[in-house]
Ligand binder design. Structure first.
Ligand code: NDP
Length: 402
């Protein structure tokens, strides 16, 4: 029986709220707080329409960038854990407030400064000693990727290999939302991530590539062949640190031609700019304006069909012999929508965040300091993940294609 504060009221928060509400035996009292309180209230209405609102729920308006305001909210509600599903810009402010109010912390995406598209864990890892001294746990990156992909890697290292050597994280969204262009999570964060230079780990060093310049067709279970593009993704940083036997670690994501054409136009006309420009006497940031006119990712679910398929393809040594291992989940957009009113990408992020919160509240992932999810025991998490809606499958000694 625990009190939790969920921060954010977007697509991922909607899924977290639905999953949390389904477990009143774990989450007894819930405060859903975000910048726009009416969005929190709408989530509550959705829970009520599904007969899910059994726990004690409240909503509040909060600016998560305002540390004193957030600290006061935490001191009043006294949660045991904050589930941060706002935006990566808020991570450090929320961690500061957690330290001030004595609350444990969890997120799904690493901190990113607003004025620079730069993803690295150093800012959050720097909080380790303060969380440790306060006797508080901070769990970083508990969505799908980062999150489940990191836990899949930990599970493979624990049960399937004596030494893991080659890791390829493969992220395929083979769904169709029927729009000419839309992003599956926050458009600003998504476009900033995809347009950066590619980067992968090989032989003890990082290697950079031009954005989306390296690609190949990969076959995904029950989906088929999809062009997959090498990108940098944040879990690579923590995984190469925690698994030093890795000779190579890469991340691949699928994109359709229509999406890439729109992205190229957006870049060519400067709509992906993250610096403020002067417009009719106002300062506006082009990518933030673009977000305002693009479809809301949280509203894509109604017409979304098809699957996501995300997993880890790993090669290494077991009992002196080379072994390959592919562990993945396929998630149906339609099933996700039926259950939570959101599409599969929000679902595959919100379910792991809820399971991670359960791990902490049950005392299984509880250790003072700041940790990436692969540093905890993967077994209890993966045992819960399937029953919570994301069953996983394995292929042993198959062709990894990579
Ligand atoms: P949305 O943009 O749909 O939702 C973000 C929410 O945060 C909005 O409700 C927004 O408020 C709120 N918010 C923003 N700024 C503040 C603030 N200063 N104070 C309080 N609330 C604020 O994003 P998503 O739900 O798609 O994504 C949520 C998080 O999940 C992101 O960090 C994203 O990077 C991460 N993610 C992780 C994935 C993974 O696999 N690890 C995959 C997909 C997403 P308002 O409604 O007023 O705008």
């Amino acid at each position: 029986m625990s009190r939790v504060l969920i921060i954010g009221a977007g697509g991922v928060a909607t899924v977290v709220a639905h999953k949390v509400a389904a477990h009143p035996e774990v989450f007894s009292d819930v405060l859903l707080a975000s910048r726009t309180q009416s969005k929190c209230d709408n989530i509550i209405k959705s829970l009520e329409s599904r007969g899910l609102k059994k726990a004690q729920w409240q909503t509040a308006r909060v600016d998560a960038d305002n540390v004193p305001e957030l600290t006061a909210l935490m001191e009043k509600f006294k949660p045991e854990l904050v589930i941060n599903v706002a935006l990566p810009y808020q991570d450090l402010h929320i961690m500061d407030a957690c330290l001030a109010a004595g609350v444990n912390y969890m997120d799904t995406a690493n901190y990113e400064p607003l004025d620079e598209a730069k993803y690295q864990y150093s800012w959050q890892w720097a909080y380790h000693d303060r969380f440790k001294e306060a006797g508080l746990t901070a769990i970083l990156g508990c969505g799908f990727d980062p999150g489940v992909t990191s836990i899949f890697t930990a599970y493979a290292a624990k049960h399937h290999f004596d030494e893991i050597q080659y890791l390829d994280i493969v992220d395929c969204n083979a769904g169709n939302h029927g729009k000419a262009f839309a992003t599956n999570f926050n458009p600003e964060i998504n476009i900033r991530e995809i347009t950066q230079r590619g980067k992968y780990w090989e032989n003890g060093d990082w290697h950079e590539t031009d954005p989306l310049s390296v690609h190949k067709a990969l076959n995904y279970p029950r989906v088929g062949a999809k062009e997959s593009y090498l990108m940098y993704h944040e879990e690579l940083e923590s995984l190469v640190k925690h698994y030093p036997t890795l000779k190579r670690a890469r991340f691949w994501m699928t994109f359709g031609q229509e999406y890439l054409t729109h992205l190229r136009v957006i870049q060519n006309i400067g709509m992906d700019r993250i610096d403020p420009i002067e417009y009719e006497g106002h300062q506006i940031v082009p990518i933030q304006f673009l977000k305002a006119v693009l479809p809301n990712p949280g509203d894509l679910g109604a017409n979304y069909t098809g699957w996501t398929s995300i997993g880890c393809r790993i090669r290494g040594i077991k009992d002196g012999k080379e072994k390959t291992y592919y562990i993945f989940n396929n998630c149906s957009h339609e099933v996700a929508y039926k259950e939570t009113g959101t599409q599969g990408v929000s679902y595959t992020t919100g379910v792991p965040a809820t399971v991670g919160a359960m791990m902490h509240l049950k005392g299984l992932w509880k250790q003072p300091g700041v940790f990436n999810v692969e540093q905890f025991d993967p077994d209890p998490f993966l045992k819960e993940l399937g029953p919570e809606g994301l069953p996983w499958e394995e292929i042993i000694n198959g062709d990894l294609e990579l």
